[in-house]
Design a protein. Structure first.
Length: 278
């Protein structure tokens, strides 16, 4: 997973480590980090492929539809990440475990109807762990490729949400990550940022666990408390001004209008008719 040639001193080319820390992670801690990375990556594949298969059941698709949505959901984000990193073919195409994991999730969900209160309690936890693990894995792989903290956070988020966005586009839906739901991409940003911090401290293994936990806990809290980012229309004057203040202003305007109307009516009554003038 982490094999590679050490870059020449001073090399800043994209795709080659630009710091001694990045090379140290690849050279000295490669077996341990690579094993943890692979396990976490496959966990994310299975969880997101399961989500794709569940949506395929809701759409009443056939086995091909189950497999398609499971692969898009489970592998789409990682394939986008690996393509952008240009570190060789996407790992989903070179390591058969990835595709087989996605297909296994599709087969299980095709044969088993999962529903009920227990599933509704368990699934958010699985989804949160998948979100955090993929954000961490995407950020770590980007840092090990020699890129900086900002690309690491960006590709961490893409890894976490890219597959779901592709799935929604195929189904002609607005991707759920674009708004109208509780925090999701924001949780991935937090997880990727924790991974970047741990990497810079020389603790990539600790970072994988801490970032996964951060993303999962943040996601569950957002789901429980209903945390959402404001929508575009939320900043219009009708939403920015509190409802109570708008009601008070409207009531005051109506009172002034009513008072003026009464004065006008009283004035018209005091004026003599036009025919009575001498």
């Amino acid at each position: 997973m982490w094999e590679g040639r050490r870059p020449a001193p001073g090399s800043g080319r994209v795709g080659e480590p630009v710091s001694s820390l990045a090379w140290a992670v690849q050279a000295s801690a490669a077996p341990e980090v690579g094993a943890v990375f692979r396990v976490i990556d496959l966990m994310g594949v299975f969880a997101n492929a399961t989500m794709g298969a569940l949506i395929a059941r809701a759409e009443k698709l056939d086995p091909v539809g189950f497999a398609t949505l499971a692969i898009l959901s489970g592998l789409g984000g990682g394939i986008i990440r690996d393509t952008l990193l240009q570190q060789g073919p996407p790992v989903a195409l070179t390591d058969y475990a990835y595709v087989l994991t996605a297909l296994t999730a599709a087969a299980l969900m095709f044969g088993i109807r999962v529903r009920g209160r227990m599933w509704q309690r368990v699934w958010p936890v699985v989804d949160g762990i998948a979100l955090g693990s993929w954000a961490a894995a995407g950020a770590l792989k980007t840092l090990a490729a020699g890129l900086g903290w900002l690309p690491a956070i960006l590709l961490g988020v893409i890894t976490a949400v890219g597959g779901g966005a592709l799935r929604d586009i195929v189904l002609r839906r607005t991707p759920a990550v674009l708004g109208g739901n509780t925090l999701y991409a924001t949780c991935a940003v937090a997880a990727a940022a924790v991974m970047v911090g741990a990497f810079n401290l020389g603790q990539p293994e600790v970072g994988l666990g801490a970032a996964t936990a951060t993303g999962a806990i943040f996601f569950l809290l957002a789901r429980y408390y209903g945390w959402m980012l404001p929508l575009g229309d939320s900043w219009s004057p009708s939403h920015v001004v509190p409802r109570r203040a708008r009601r008070a202003v409207r009531t005051r305007a109506q009172a002034v209008s009513h008072r003026l109307s009464r004065r006008r009516t009283a004035h018209n009554r005091r004026r003599p008719p036009a025919g009575d003038e001498p």
